[in-house]
Design a protein around this ligand. Structure first.
Ligand code: TMP
Length: 213
C-alpha cells in the first residue's frame, strides 16, 4: 500500500468526443510518471454496475428521468465504494470515463431534472466525492454524432436521442465547467488526437506537481 492517496481524474463530454482514446493515452502518461493507474467507467466498473449499465443504456421501454437518475446513482454508489475509494486509498490513480458531472449534464441539462436533486443524490451515493481533475472534451454536437455513427456498435439509448437533447448536454457541461473552472479543464476535442493527448498529459503532470500532490 502506498502512504499517499492516489488522484482521481474523470473524463467527460458528449458522445463521440473521443474519450476512450484519450483515457488510454492518459493511462500511459500516468504510468510514465511512476503511478499505478486504474481505468474504469460509469455507468459500470463493477459487476452490479455493469448490469445496471446494460439495463439503462439498452432498455427499449420508456425510462422516466427519475428512474434514469436513480439507476445512474445506484451504479455510482457501488462503483465508488467497491472500486474508486479503495484504489485511491491504496495510492492508485483512478481514471474514470464519466462521473457525477455526467449526471448534471445528461439527467440535469438533458432531461431537465433540478441540480439540487442531483446534488442530494451525489451526497448519498458518493459522500460528495469529487475528482481532483476533470477533463471536459468539448466538440461540436453534429461532429460528435458523425463520429458516433462511424463506430461499428449500434447506437445506445442516449446516442439515439435528438440533436436538441445533445445540445442541452453540451450547454450543461460548459456551464458546469464555468462554475468549477479550477477542477474542470475545457479541452478542445476538434483537434488531432496527438494535440489533445499533449494537452491532457500536461494537465496530469500539473496535477502531480501540485503542492498537495
Ligand atoms: P459512454 O458511452 O460514455 O460509456 O456513456 C454511457 C452513456 O450514459 C452516455 O450516453 C452518457 C450516459 N450517462 C448518463 O446519462 N448519466 C451518467 O451519470 C453517466 C455516467 C452516463
Amino acid at each position: 500500500m502506498d502512504d499517499r492517496r492516489g488522484k482521481f481524474i474523470s473524463f467527460e463530454g458528449g458522445d463521440g468526443v473521443g474519450k476512450t482514446t484519450q483515457i488510454n493515452l492518459a493511462c500511459r502518461h500516468v504510468k510514465k510518471l511512476g503511478f499505478r493507474p486504474v481505468v474504469t467507467r460509469e455507468p459500470g466498473g463493477t459487476m452490479l454496475s455493469e448490469k445496471i449499465r446494460d439495463l439503462v443504456l439498452e432498455s427499449s421501454a420508456e425510462v422516466t428521468p427519475v428512474t434514469e437518475v436513480l439507476m445512474m446513482f445506484a451504479a455510482r454508489a457501488q462503483h465508488t465504494s467497491e472500486v474508486i475509494e479503495p484504489n485511491l486509498a491504496a495510492g492508485k490513480w483512478v481514471l474514470c470515463d464519466r462521473f457525477t458531472d455526467a449526471s448534471y449534464a445528461y439527467q440535469g441539462g438533458g432531461r431537465g431534472l433540478p441540480d439540487e436533486l442531483i446534488g442530494v443524490l451525489a451526497e448519498i451515493a458518493t459522500n460528495g466525492l469529487e475528482p481532483d481533475l476533470t477533463l471536459l472534451l468539448d466538440l461540436d454536437v453534429e461532429e460528435g454524432v458523425r463520429r458516433s455513427h462511424l463506430r461499428d456498435s449500434p447506437l445506445d439509448r442516449f446516442e439515439s436521442e435528438a440533436i436538441e437533447f445533445k445540445n442541452r448536454i453540451r450547454t450543461a457541461y460548459l456551464r458546469r465547467q464555468d462554475h468549477h473552472s479550477t477542477r474542470i479543464v475545457l479541452v478542445d476535442a476538434s483537434r488531432s488526437i496527438q494535440e489533445i493527448e499533449i494537452e491532457i498529459a500536461k494537465q496530469i503532470s500539473d496535477l502531480q506537481a501540485r503542492p498537495d500532490g
